[in-house]
Design a protein around this ligand. Sequence first.
Ligand SMILES: [Zn+2]
Length: 110
Amino acid sequence: MESYKKQLLDLRDELLAGQKAGQDRTKTVELDQTSVGRLSRMEAIQAQAVALESRRRQQLKLQQIKAALQRIETGDFGICPRCQEEIDSRRLDFDPTAPLCIACAQALEK
Ligand SMILES: [Zn+2]
């Protein structure tokens, strides 16, 4: 359990660091677009959309990490809330933010 917690905290720090770097990148794009032509402005807008999308994904991941950390605190970590079965530890090793067991995650995807 402690190792999952550490893994989650590391993951969170990594994401937060990446988010900061991403913000700096978008800033650079904005500065560039004032000094160049229309085509590069479109490129800049595109790059910004990509940056926004990746930020949205990071935000989502961050929420999942927070939720997982909360489940550790409440003792619900590793238990699937849908079927109340234990989540396979191999699944958690691969992705400690996984909220559901494999069977339920697959059932929801369909
Ligand atoms: Zn389940």
